[in-house]
Write a protein that binds this ligand. Structure first.
Ligand code: BG6
Length: 493
């Protein structure tokens, strides 16, 4: 789709996400010339705030968080001049008249075009209400296109997700709904399909005949910070596994799409979730481990245990760590274990995927010669972006010694200011009507179908909640998941 004028209505405009990610992303898109010159942003918030005050807030947030510095002069004036603010009680559809007037006033100055992008960066309880009130307030009956971007979480289980979807579908068609999973906006997550489907070197060996196991890690150093009121009800399973971890799994496992087109790609991803082995409640303890951090040392500083954090119940059972062994039961992947792990207060912030290949048949004949290891392909998603391929080669100057060698590719080293942020890519795609890297409803529902029995088994107390010290790689109890398959976690750089 070519560039078109649009108005973006941003709910939650004074919130943390808007400041840290959304305004910087919008500014970068504008600076890079990736959106039509006729656009406007209408921020919606709870508190009364004058336009000047709001613009100052936007400016400060961009100055602080953008990968690009603010250009003085006309370019900046032009950008900030397109930013408005309105205070609304989002629960009351009558107050939306004011919003509608502002949007229409902007549209008059933009050749009377009317394309609307509604972005809900709000508490999830409000998603349904706002979608409905946009319709009741007359904002969704416009001439041009309309699109709804929704932050996560989309429900807290299958049932609530269905109910939410039902409500939204009364105001927006499925093609108009853009459910964000910001991991899908990360450069190296998007790169997985390119690497797989454009290289003869990978695709023929990308299956259970050559791959021994796959490990997907998303570790964080931060704790719960000030988000306990949300996190206490979500935990790592709903916060990271239901969405980000399964999305990475889908990208690794999907079949080549028949066309490089949105629905063809999403169809292949959904098939992965259909093949994902679902565990019954009484099997969960064999395949899924949960943990919670206790006090520990990080970078020489003692940090609080989860239960001592602000707004966390002193006897909270919320998990801050999950590891699991997954199987994708289809022709390509049958028998290959996928190990996933994610947690807060771990030693390193790192998101990466390690594909471990099987050993060569003659490996034993070489063992006298030194450190022969399996080939590994490490896809680095964050903070480093790139990949490393570990191979074996002859040690120079010897005739029978083998050494591991690493071939490195850096994806973002040559890009000034770093590669585009996930939110830049995703907002850009939504503005241009490309929903490839957004979550379709059937993906959401299948992901909940996998997650719900795990949650139920935990709620029934069928599985222990293990402790791990802040600053460590999670509970020791995780190791049994891997040892059955004679696998170790790779801790690569
Ligand atoms: C969010 C979770 O979706 O992803 C957070 O709600 C988590 O708890 C974050 O910290 C991690 O994202 P990233 O991009 O920093 O890996």
């Amino acid at each position: 789709e070519s560039k078109q004028p649009f108005v973006m209505v941003l709910f939650g405009a004074t919130g943390d996400l808007a400041k840290r990610k959304l305004f910087p992303a919008l500014y970068a898109l504008y600076r890079d010339g990736l959106v039509h010159e006729h656009f406007a942003i209408v921020g919606v918030g709870r508190s009364e705030m004058g336009q000047a005050e709001f613009r100052k807030m936007v400016q400060d947030s961009i100055a602080k968080h953008s990968r690009l510095s603010i250009a003085e002069g006309q370019a900046w004036e032009n950008f900030i001049g397109r930013v408005d603010y309105v205070a609304l009680d989002v629960n009351n559809s009558e107050t939306y008249a004011l919003l509608r007037q502002m949007v229409e006033a902007r549209e008059k100055t933009m050749d009377d075009t009317s394309n609307r992008l509604f972005y809900l960066s709000l508490a999830p309880e409000l998603f349904g209400t706002v979608a409905t009130n946009l319709r009741l307030g007359g904002l969704t009956q416009n001439q041009g296109w309309k699109r709804l971007i929704i932050e996560k979480p989309f429900g807290k289980d299958l049932e609530s997700a269905r109910a939410l979807n039902e409500v939204i579908s009364q105001s927006f068609r499925e093609e108009e709904v853009y459910r964000i999973d910001h991991y899908l906006g990360k450069e190296m997550v998007q790169n997985i399909e390119m690497l797989r489907f454009t290289n003869m070197l990978f695709e023929p060996v990308w299956n259970n005949r050559y791959i021994d196991n796959v490990q997907i890690t998303a570790s964080e150093t931060l704790g719960v910070e000030d988000r306990a009121s949300y996190y206490e009800h979500s935990g790592a399973l709903r916060d990271m596994v239901q969405n980000h971890m399964l999305q990475m799994l889908m990208m690794v496992c999907m079949e080549p799409p028949s066309k490089f087109e949105t629905e063809a790609i999403r169809d292949e991803k959904v098939k992965v979730l259909r093949s994902l082995r679902r565990y019954a409640e009484d099997e969960i303890s064999q395949y899924v481990v949960r943990g919670q951090y206790t006090t520990g040392e990080m970078k020489g500083q003692q940090v609080l245990g989860y239960r001592d954090e602000a707004n966390v119940a002193p006897d909270s059972d919320t998990e801050t760590f999950v590891a699991a062994k997954l199987y994708v039961n289809n022709f390509r992947w049958s028998g290959v274990p996928f190990f996933i792990r994610t947690g807060k207060r771990m030693p390193k912030k790192a998101t990466e995927i390690v594909v471990q290949f099987k050993e060569v048949p003659l490996l034993n004949n070489f063992t006298h010669a030194g450190a022969v290891g399996p080939n590994l392909l490490v896809i680095r998603i964050h903070p480093m972006e790139g990949m490393t391929l570990y191979l074996n080669a002859k040690k120079p100057g010897t005739d029978d010694k083998v050494v591991p060698i690493a071939m490195d590719f850096c994806n973002n080293c040559d890009i000034e200011g770093g590669s585009p942020e996930a939110y830049e890519r995703l907002i850009h795609d939504a503005v241009h009507g490309d929903s490839t890297f957004f979550t379709r409803w059937d993906e959401v529902s299948l992901a909940w179908k996998f997650v719900d029995p795990i949650r139920r088994a935990w709620d029934k107390g069928l599985v222990p909640l293990h402790d791990y010290q802040a600053g460590t790689w999670g509970p020791k109890a995780v190791n049994f998941l891997l040892s059955e398959d004679d696998v170790n976690w790779w801790y690569v750089r």
